[in-house]
Design a protein around this ligand. Sequence first.
Ligand code: NAI
Ligand code: MG
Length: 358
Amino acid sequence: MFRTSMRSMATAARKSLTIGLIPADGIGKEVIPAARTAIEALGSDIPTPKFVDLVAGFEAFTRTGVALPEETVEVLKNECDCALFGSVSSPSKKVVGYSSPIVALRKILDLYANIRPVLSVSPNPNESSKVDMIVVRENTECLYVKQEQQTVGEHGKEARATRLITERASTRIGKMAFELALARPRKHLTVIHKSNVLSVTDGLFRESVRAVPLRDPRFEAVTVAEQLVDSAVYRLFREPQIYDVMVAPNLYGDILSDAAAALVGSLGVVPSVNAGDDFVMGEPVHGSAPDIYGQGIANPVASIRSAALMLRHLGYADAAKRIDNAVDSVLREGQLLTPDLGGSAKTAEVTETITKRI
Ligand code: NAI
Ligand code: MG
């Protein structure tokens, strides 16, 4: 897991911890309250948490015409130490005036790293996990700059997208990935790219990441490998144990981490944090899951683990560990699982049991 935070934001002076809660859409509304309950169960291991409910999402957009209210951004910037985001139901077709609030928030708050640990919990606590990797995804550029145009050419409609890769963003995500790898027992980093085809954009990403240890000799302790993104997915399924930390441009990282989630049973257990130098936002990797929304069966584990990851990043490693241990014990027993993991338990039951064990 995300064992040591790389840039633990100073914790000593904090008397209270203000946490913005943005459930947004669909099952986000069911799982973010579960994460809140888990944080509340920590008691004095963390400064007294103060929660602020904030609005964003597609549902808010259809109601008010605004997907990310100015007030949400201002409160996050000026009043919150950190935040938890649920999931948005972004439509697959262009809706005039709508733009995904999570993509916007990552940019506005400069949360340039999306850190996604994927961990399998082995039935025997003494056995090591079969899958134990962190996907470090660049969070601000690549195709997600969303500069798309459609024109009409000689043979009909033509669509183009700009893929932005900068040395600055690639270098800082590279540093984050090296720090994370350095803090783990295996100290192994795989750089994911497709520079055999996209030699300019992926070439710059690859070069920038590979140059990071040249400027910081601490990173010489990290072994570095490279893998083309398509064969990386192939090897991920065949031999997931070869991976420790993977670093990738935005789109590849998005796809790889969803794929890795399949190795540990469900998207419903994979957490993430969006991290910058001054702010951190926990966010389950999954989306709003319209197919199960409203049934009370969403797996709360991804959000509860995202809360743990967020706290670890803020420097509260013991509190984070208490949450993770409680989750591990429930998953290991296998008695109380939501349907995505083959059980029949409800969100509320799983949350209650985890909370009691915290
Ligand atoms: P999804 O992650 O919402 O769902 C994929 C599958 O996984 C579904 O079968 C769903 O039921 C299951 N699943 C996901 N989370 C689960 C949980 N906690 N417990 C149990 N089962 C769970 O992805 P999909 O269906 O591609 O997208 C649905 C909507 O979510 C779309 O509008 C998409 O734009 C949005 N989305 C939002 C994201 C975000 O807010 N960061 C990320 C990915 C998708
Ligand atoms: Mg995704």
